[in-house]
Design a protein around this ligand. Structure first.
Ligand code: CP3
Length: 341
């Protein structure tokens, strides 16, 4: 069977044109998403309805023909399946009942409730059956550190202060929380692979807020353990790490976690990527989502500059972070046209 371009790039092939997908490609910048979202009621209702979630996963593929689809779900379904209360306040982002002390930690489950996540695996099976053969399907989870920042604070925070305060005050308790997330995130990824995803991505959106020692302990080490647990069950699994903001820490992250490919934030120096990262693993990124929203000749130039910088090695075109909800569709079409040209 011929492999998708996306999997060929992840396997280390240098391709004449990079495969393309966008983080958060299934979402609010698409009118067809907003329509279904309004019908579904809550965001979690959408995530846990296989028919709707499959439809949302496929929407950007139909419209743009990206080389990979990403499962429509959220990184916070893991705390939810561990019994933590989770809701999405309209226009305000996620809210959880904080788990910030031993008493609260004692109230969450050891293992994810299989009934909560069963619809996600059903979504994977449906999407897999509906996707064109050449389009890869990506599953995902949040990295333990990033998920813990939401679990501890009960919401998104500008500086991840509450989670940092917890590991400074009670590192043993924080380590137990991270352990809980390692084991369950690995089980979750393994179940997604069983259901049919071709690759999995580990989102560590807040990796950049950790100092060097904490980065090793709370980002690299837990990620390495997830990689080992997934490979233990699926030796051929393709695993992409995205330690956003890790910058100069990325080479150590790549070597010590054993991931197959790495996502690049917008801010990273391209010469550093070429010299110190791309020789180790295929890279994916790093177009500025704000520039995609802005469009115009600057966008065209930047797309060409990124292709010129990374196209000589294994490379997947993507953004440096998720697409912004007010991004014009025409700018995404222009991106597709230029990357495919
Ligand atoms: O298209 C895709 O990428 C697949 C689905 C996906 C979502 N969230 C859907 C979503 C993925 C891969 C995520 C990852 C995610 N979720 C991350 C890591 C990546 C990153 O962006 O840093 C994080 C930190 C979360 C947690 C989360 N979920 C936040 C902070 C928010 C609110 C902010 C926002 O972007 O709305 C969400 C909600 C969310 N997740 C939406 C979508 C489409 C919007 C919900 C809505 O429709 O109201």
């Amino acid at each position: 069977m011929t492999q998708s371009l996306y999997l060929r790039a992840l396997s280390g092939e240098t391709l004449p044109k990079p495969p393309l997908w966008l983080m958060r490609q299934a979402g609010r910048y698409l009118p067809e998403y907003r329509e279904l979202r309004a019908k579904a009621g809550g965001f979690l209702d959408l995530c846990y309805n296989p028919e709707w979630a499959a439809e949302v996963t496929l929407q950007p593929i139909r419209r743009f023909g990206f080389d990979a689809a990403i499962l429509f779900s959220d990184i916070l379904v893991i705390p939810h399946a561990l019994g933590q209360k989770l809701w999405f306040a309209q226009g305000e982002g996620p809210r959880l009942e904080p788990v910030a002390d031993a008493v609260r930690f004692g109230e969450i489950r050891d293992e994810i409730d299989p009934d909560v996540l069963a619809p996600v695996y059903e979504t994977v099976r449906r999407v897999k059956a509906a996707l064109p053969k050449e389009t890869a399907l990506i599953g995902f989870c949040g990295a333990p550190w990033t998920v813990a920042t939401y679990m501890v604070a009960g919401r998104g925070t500008p500086d991840q202060g509450p989670a940092k305060a917890l590991f400074q005050r009670d590192p043993a308790l924080f380590a137990r929380l991270i352990d809980r997330l390692v084991v369950n995130s690995a089980a979750y990824l393994n179940a997604q692979i069983d259901a049919g995803v071709d690759a999995v991505q580990i989102f560590d959106s807040w990796a950049g807020s950790l100092g060097p020692e904490d980065f090793k302990r709370w980002c690299i080490e837990p990620t390495r353990r997830i990689v080992d647990l997934v490979r233990g069950r699926h030796p051929q699994a393709k695993i992409i790490g995205f330690p956003r903001g890790a910058g100069a820490g990325i080479p150590a992250y790549v070597r010590d976690t054993g991931i197959d490919a790495v996502g690049l934030e917008t801010e990273i120096e391209r010469s550093f990527v070429r010299e110190a990262i791309q020789p180790l693993v295929p890279v994916q990124g790093h177009l500025d989502p704000q520039l995609l929203r802005a469009g115009g000749p600057e966008l065209d130039r930047e797309i060409e500059a990124i292709r010129a910088a990374f196209g000589g090695g294994p490379f997947v075109f993507n953004l440096g972070h998720g697409i912004l909800p007010d991004t014009p569709i025409a700018h995404v079409e222009r991106l597709v046209e230029l990357v495919r040209a």
